[in-house]
Design a protein around this ligand. Structure first.
Ligand SMILES: Nc1ncnc2c1ncn2[C@@H]1O[C@H](COP(=O)(O)OP(=O)(O)OP(=O)(O)O)[C@@H](O)[C@H]1O
Ligand SMILES: Nc1ncnc2c1ncn2[C@@H]1O[C@H](COP(=O)(O)OP(=O)(O)OP(=O)(O)O)[C@@H](O)[C@H]1O
Ligand SMILES: [Mg+2]
Ligand SMILES: [Mg+2]
Lengths: 152, 165, 152, 165
């Protein structure tokens, strides 16, 4: 059980680091076990160091920085144990234009091996999709009003 | 085992039977505030067997049933079904599609189905786990929740690794 | 004390309703005291009815609908007891394009009688401002890198 | 009594003395993620006398002091000051500008000033209340907090009316 956990932890940590530096170039991040001797006795910390800054407590990170760190974790997990589909509801709400684009590229890349259903208002995300589904309130309540192939 | 189709029948703001077909790749869902985007996601969580109605933004399960608008009367029941692609045989069922559905009525009666056969919630969870699908998994991030992964306590975060290892 | 409270409540409720229907046309909303006989024994509920829908519990409202309702409350208070300045940090994060514009117009209107300092990524908000302040991370940390008069 | 100028000296990510001048009307603050936009707002709350460091996203007050970046050493203290316009004589002080500032050092020593005279936090709160300024007022909405007004419990919401009436 311990060996299986550590193998998962190491692999996820590797992916997490890779994806974090893909999203936040020059930044560094890693996952840290509170108790390497007996991981089940402790928790899992995230230590992130945005570009050019000292390591900070998670609490002082900005909304956008927290979002990128969380995305690196979710996609790090996805690399280790892929799910058949991913659903993300306005996960880009705190991201600026550049980071919004990096996130859209990440989704595009992962959507080659898993299905992604993403709610977003951002142009960079919407324009990268393979398909667009439009939802609107009609007389009988919510309805699907349009389905467009992406890129049109 | 991607989701090929979602059917929402009287689910939250969907006051009739609405079918959403999905490709295998990347789909963006767009629409005005309050149009029903997040309700589609609640519908997916509902079928996957989520117990907590609060996590689907409803006080009780019956609040997931369409309760009227524009003169249309409230519905008696709601049913949501997902058609999964099974060409990868992720599910131990000999068919190229697997349909999972869940229904609840105003009396609180709740029923699950797998390919039209009645099933228990335990059977649903067991079936989905073959395809690495978990009703509370990290592959579904609800609106506003993305930063919670970073803000949660260290012990809960470690449990996420426990679950996938 | 009770008379003063009720006078405030009535005035704020009036403004809240007006501003809510300005932001969400055809919708209705109101503030409701749990205990009209003795308000200090009860709380204050918000009941909102988005356009064409039945009255719903606040819990089931969407992110954008909750935001509009909250803004109507904040600006309703502002009408009753104006503060000299207002600071809003990405309050438009859940709003779609149309509602983002309505919010920007509301800020523009109120900024005639009070100072507004608004952090936003939305074009509709940024382009309505009288002045833009650009912040960036430089060698010595954060700095103000540009100040532009709005509308340019 | 609008804010004419904010000076942030070694406050959070501001590693030197930075001055922000503001017009009376509508100012939009823009910049990349992590550039320091919300830190400016934390600076305003700091001067107004907010006690809770957590509400300024810091574990303790000393975490508000610039703690180094790009090879620049951590600072020993931080000071933020606000210059308010007083041509409307909202403050009972006979000057067209009123400067309020707050300083804290690594030893936890904390000092407020009004127009360069030392003052207590109580004096600051009392002075600000003349201009309808409250450190925890509803005229300051922090990032992500907008929906909290709708989600808070009914008793707390009523207390907001108590405060303004
Ligand atoms: N049982 C129900 N019956 C009818 N309508 C409901 C029910 N439950 C919720 N709703 C309605 O669904 C709407 C919310 O939809 P949803 O949260 O999916 O919007 P959204 O498209 O995600 O919007 P946003 O962009 O603001 O997040 C609300 O207007 C709410 O009143
Ligand atoms: N005491 C400190 N010393 C140095 N830097 C600090 C300190 N406290 C916080 N920071 C840094 O400030 C940055 C966060 O700034 P802030 O929250 O203002 O960003 P923002 O512009 O609001 O970004 P976003 O658009 O993502 O919300 C973080 O990178 C954090 O590391
Ligand atoms: Mg939504
Ligand atoms: Mg911010």
């Amino acid at each position: 059980k311990l060996a299986v956990f550590m193998e998962a932890f190491e692999a996820i940590n590797r992916s997490f680091k890779e994806i974090f530096s893909q999203l936040s170039p020059e930044g560094e991040a890693e996952l840290i076990l509170e108790n390497y001797g007996d991981p089940f006795e402790g928790g899992l910390e995230i230590r992130a160091k945005p570009a050019g800054k000292e390591v900070r407590s998670i609490e002082s990170m900005s909304g956008g920085e927290k979002t990128l760190t969380a995305l690196a974790f979710v996609f790090g997990l996805a690399r280790y144990k892929p799910a058949p589909f991913y659903v993300l509801d306005e996960a880009d709400m705190f991201l600026d234009g550049d980071n919004g684009e990096k996130f859209a590229n990440l989704v595009k890349e992962f959507s080659k091996s898993a299905q992604f259903i993403v709610v977003s208002f951002r142009e960079s995300m919407v324009s990268s999709a393979d398909q667009l589904i439009g939802v609107a309130m009609q007389d009988a309540g919510s309805d699907i009003v349009s389905v467009k192939l992406g890129g049109q | 085992a991607y989701i090929k189709e979602i059917t929402l029948h009287n689910f939250k703001s969907f006051g009739k039977r609405v079918v959403v077909s999905l490709p295998k790749g990347f789909t963006a869902v767009v629409g005005a505030n309050g149009s029903g985007k997040s309700n589609i996601i609640d519908g997916i969580c509902f079928v996957l067997g989520r117990r907590s109605s609060k996590s689907m933004r409803a006080d009780r399960l019956v609040d997931l049933i369409f309760n009227g608008s524009n003169g249309r009367p409230p519905a008696d029941f709601t049913e949501v079904s997902l058609i999964f692609d099974n060409t990868d045989s992720a599910f131990p069922i000999d068919s190229s599609n697997v349909t999972v559905s869940r229904k609840v009525n105003r009396a609180g009666y709740c029923a699950y189905r797998i390919n039209d056969r009645m099933a228990t919630r335990t059977e649903i969870i067991e079936l989905l786990s073959h395809a690495a699908i978990n009703p509370d998994g990290y592959n579904i991030i609800m609106q506003g929740d993305i930063v919670k992964i970073v803000e949660m306590n260290a012990a809960d975060r470690r449990k996420i690794i426990d679950e996938v290892s």
